[in-house]
Design a protein around this ligand. Structure first.
Ligand code: B12
Length: 234
């Protein structure tokens, strides 16, 4: 049995050896998708603590970089259990971290899970300017555009991307989902997306509902506005 708190602690302590040992034990247990969801949430919580320690000057940029590398390797360890080897193509997603934002770990987890669910994902990478989204949407005609941002200021780039899609006459041809740790219902409305989430697994469920024709209803939490100060600058 994996101790999720121990994993969160190991990540927030930047204890790579301990974190990888726990993750390797986890993978060896052939876990269920529900357990995979829980382990990703535990990693995400560890990274939130890292961010808080950066905020309080207990960690520095070098620690953020180390944490990013640690988490990227953690995702590599988890990949075999994230993939469900679904070969059926259920839809197409154009994905990217928006302009100004270099964070890609959450995006990569979403990509992995979406591919596992049967989506063809066109990943544009990080710091993706609005026009690049527009060109890719024209080229591959996806059902869904998925944008990631963890920097609050990058939510403006999400809004710019929606505007660029509108200008190109593409907005009504796609559903737009936005994800990232600081995304709220309020930011979703301001940006003009169709859905938002703070977890990759919920994001994939929303995309599955869209393409599989189920009613577009998902549990959107009430606007928490947990970062209201920054959102006002949108
Ligand atoms: C690691 C890290 C970095 C690494 C990133 C490495 C990488 N390859 O991504 C590096 C060192 C590069 C970095 C740089 C910076 N960072 Co940084 N970083 C982090 C940290 C600690 C962890 C982020 C992370 O990987 N979390 C783990 C993943 C799994 O979680 P996630 O990203 O939230 O993703 C999950 C969901 O949000 C969701 N999701 C994410 N994207 C998407 C997309 C879709 C479509 C869907 C459906 C779901 C989804 O699914 C994921 C899994 O469930 C966060 C702290 C935090 N609270 O997030 C700070 C944090 C994001 N960084 C911060 C800052 C300030 C910076 C810098 C400005 C620091 C500096 N002074 O240089 C630079 C900015 C660089 C830039 N232009 O982007 C701040 C942002 C504050 C804010 N509110 O804007 C944070 C919050 C730290 C803090 N508390 O101050 N950072």
């Amino acid at each position: 049995m994996i101790d999720l708190k121990e994993l969160t602690q190991a990540i927030s302590d930047l204890n790579e050896e301990k974190a990888f040992q726990i993750l390797q034990e986890f993978v060896a247990q052939h876990p269920s998708q529900e357990d995979v969801r829980k382990i990703i949430a535990a990693c995400q919580q560890g990274m939130i603590f890292v961010g808080e320690m950066f905020d309080s000057d207990d960690y520095f940029v070098a620690d953020l970089i180390f944490a990013g590398e640690l988490m990227s390797r953690a995702v590599e360890i988890l990949k075999p259990v994230i993939y469900r080897t679904n070969t059926k193509n259920i839809g197409t997603i154009v994905l990217g971290t928006v302009e100004g934002d270099m964070h890609d770990i959450g995006k990569n987890i979403f990509k992995c899970m979406a591919e596992a669910a049967g989506f063809a994902v066109h990943d544009l990478g990080v710091d993706v300017e609005p026009q690049k989204f527009v060109l890719k949407v024209k080229e591959v005609e996806p059902q869904i555009v998925a944008m990631s941002a963890v920097l609050t200021v990058a939510q403006r780039a999400m809004k710019n991307t929606v505007e660029a899609l509108k200008k190109a006459g593409l907005r009504d041809k796609v559903k737009i989902i936005i994800g990232g740790n600081h995304i709220t219902e309020y930011s979703c409305e301001r940006i003009g997306a169709d859905a938002f989430t703070t977890t990759a697994s919920e994001g994939v469920s929303i995309c599955e509902k869209w393409v599989l024709g189920a009613s577009l209803h998902f549990a959107a939490p009430a606007c928490l506005n947990k970062d209201g100060k920054s959102l006002q600058s949108l």
